[in-house]
Ligand binder design. Structure first.
Ligand code: ASP
Length: 645
């Protein structure tokens, strides 16, 4: 397996920006993609005026007459041109003889990034002039005719992956950014994976690809939806946040294995790893249980996984929501490394340290810790200070750093109150070495775990920036998180409940009775798929009993059931038991390609603030055009500037 060096550089996870220092070698893109595809090479030049692609030519083509179309990558001393298409680079010899003056003029005068068509013969490069770094490096093209298809004006940036440009500029000129090697790779890999997913679902498992409406109506609960005005006064469509209701209705309709590459919309404001419109691989099937859906997804990922990456190993490990929180402080743990949270309450039952004593005297008080491997070597004093400040500012919690090497309790006067026996017990429980640092906190279970979960990730990043190899950049660590609570307290009013997933999720079979007594304690049949610490999918077994669905919506969630009467009615007409899942395609491809942002795997993404920087959407509409919708803009008082715009 060859793994292009520029790509392995990118495979360092989502959280850290990457440095593109080396110029990628055109051709490795093509190799990776061909390796990723299990079938024979596609006909890249069918129906086109070209006979071959630029990156395709080798010594085996010597003597062939070819026609190539591509962009001028660069020109060397009016002697050579390097022509580029998605497939790679090829060297074209600019003819020097008088009889070819017109060809020479075209090739010498066309600015870089102009698009040209050349015809000529594939010849071998003179001995000693081969370029082993270039897949086409043994040959060159002796040109007979050339045509300037379209000239390129002065560019806002160079089309070279190693040239640094701001993301705003890249988004403004997205069509140019797409010419980059990296974007070509990302979008082509995405297309290949989706193709294989379709094959797996439709051809191997009998799923049916069905489109569902994007103009729908508002649904209760869940994410905020975008509204679309209609010509009926005061009536709006809503863009669905997912095809959830439709896919369940398809099950009622007997289309018992549905899937869709579905566009979804959520008006959730700016978030670094979200887009207002995004794509899900949306799946639903009848007569299935949780393990059935899990096996389906494991098979789907295994089948569609690029061949140039380490194969996906199934089944994926599973943890319960409660275990995930207790061990990693989050419901989407990054399981590529250890540093697990350990409960060390028993070590400190007789402590003299005030804040530990305090915490343990409370009914649900705990003492928890994580161990930073070789922390004494890699962490600086100021790191420990900022960790403590973070804990105080964001969690109102104290952090006690314990250096196992007893002389090094920097900035932690209380640490001297840790008795030798406690230190030894700590080392045993946490399986620590001399140079490790233990970060210890005390308090209520969930709060202590969430804090340590955050610090675990922060410290992992820190150790890695200091040179420790903690997470294997080629590793894809999948994990199922199951047994979520069915409900969570509402953020704005913790005495009310909201669905942890969505209101159609079935309760755990052993917890149904709790719905009528202690609904907060009921677990659900909701499962999430996590990859390297990112949630890449989620789904559930659904409620197919109308009465139970009505009870949950009306009595427990206090939702207006009238808005869902169509669904409730459908459940009453012989709805089969069913369940499903949706995979976040953008995030999945982002992780597979090692891209720093999901915007790098979407052809035309929105900016962080939800704008299209290329076309300037969203844009204003003249009030005349709003009239048919019975809408008038109520301008905020301070937005004169916007109005003038
Ligand atoms: N519709 C759900 C979502 O978008 C996924 C599912 O439950 O199938 O998260």
């Amino acid at each position: 397996m060859t793994f292009p060096s520029w790509l392995s550089q990118l495979c360092r996870g989502l959280s850290r920006p990457i440095r593109r220092t080396t110029q990628p070698i055109w051709g490795s893109l093509y190799r990776s993609l061909v390796q990723s595809s299990q079938r024979r090479n596609p006909e890249f030049s069918s129906f086109a005026v070209r006979t071959n692609t630029c990156g395709e030519l080798r010594s085996s083509h010597l003597g062939q007459e070819v026609t190539l179309c591509g962009w001028i990558q660069y020109r060397r001393q009016n002697t050579f041109l390097v022509l580029r298409d998605f497939h790679g680079l090829v060297q074209v010899v600019i003819p020097q003889d008088e009889s070819a003056a017109s060809v020479r003029k075209i090739l010498c005068e066309a600015p870089v990034e102009s698009v040209v068509q050349v015809s000529g013969t594939v010849i071998s490069r003179p001995a000693g002039q081969e370029n082993p770094k270039m897949p086409t490096g043994e040959i060159e093209i002796k040109v007979k005719t050339a045509e300037l298809l379209n000239a390129c004006k002065k560019l806002p940036f160079e089309i070279k992956d190693f040239m640094k440009k701001t993301e705003a500029l890249r988004l403004q000129y997205r069509y140019l950014d797409l010419r980059s090697f990296q974007m070509q790779y990302n979008l082509r890999l995405r297309s290949q994976m989706v193709m294989k997913m379709r094959e797996y679902l439709c051809n191997l498992h009998g799923f049916v690809d069905i489109e569902t409406p994007t103009l729908f109506k508002r649904t209760p609960g869940g994410a905020k939806e975008f509204l679309v005005p209609s010509r009926e006064p005061g009536k709006f469509y809503s863009l669905p946040q997912s095809p959830q209701q439709f896919k369940q209705l398809l099950m009622v309709g007997g289309l018992d294995r549905y899937f869709q590459v579905a566009r979804c919309y959520r008006d959730e404001g700016s978030r670094p790893d979200r887009q207002p419109e995004f794509t899900q691989i949306d799946i639903e099937m009848s007569f299935v249980d949780q393990t059935g859906i899990q096996s389906l997804i494991e098979g789907l990922l295994q089948y569609s996984w690029p061949n140039d990456k380490d194969p996906v190993v199934v089944p994926f490990p599973t943890v319960t929501f409660t275990e995930a929180l207790a061990t990693y402080g989050t419901d989407k743990p990054d399981t590529r490394f250890g540093m697990k949270i350990i409960d060390i309450s028993d070590v400190f039952r007789n402590t003299e340290i005030g804040f530990l004593q305090d915490a343990l005297s409370k009914p649900h008080g705990t003492v928890k810790a994580i161990c930073i491997p070789e922390g004494a070597k890699y962490l600086k004093r100021k790191d420990i200070e900022s960790i403590r400040k973070f804990a105080a500012d964001h969690f109102n919690q104290e952090i006690l750093p314990v250096f196992l090497n007893a002389n090094r309790n920097w900035n932690s006067p209380v640490a001297s109150f840790i008795m030798e026996s406690q230190r030894l017990e700590l080392m045993r429980l946490m399986d620590t070495q001399e140079e490790d640092v233990v970060l210890l906190t005390a308090g209520e279970h969930n709060k202590a775990c969430s804090l340590l979960g955050k610090l675990r990730l922060e410290c992992a990043d820190l150790l890695e920036t200091r040179g420790m190899v903690l997470r294997d950049p080629t590793l894809f660590s999948f994990l199922w998180v199951v047994d979520f609570p069915l409900f969570l307290p509402k953020e704005e009013n913790p005495r009310e409940l909201e669905s942890a997933h969505h209101p159609f999720t079935a309760p755990h079979p052993s917890d149904i009775h709790l719905l009528y007594t202690e609904p907060k304690k009921a677990r659900s049949q909701h499962y999430d798929l996590v990859l390297n610490g990112n949630e890449i999918g989620g789904g559930s077994i659904r409620i197919h009993n109308a009465e139970l669905q009505r009870y949950i919506l009306a009595t427990l969630l206090k939702e207006d059931v009238k808005m869902l009467s169509h669904l409730l009615q459908a459940l009453d007409y012989g709805a089969p038991p069913h369940g499903g899942i949706a995979l976040g395609l953008d995030r999945l491809i982002c992780l597979v390609t090692g891209s720093p942002s999901i915007r790098d795997v979407i052809a035309f993404p929105k900016s962080f603030r939800g704008h299209d920087l290329m076309s300037n959407a969203p844009d204003s509409i003249p009030s005349e055009e709003l009239k048919p919708y019975h809408i008038r803009v109520s301008w905020p008082t301070d937005s004169k500037a916007e109005r003038a715009h």
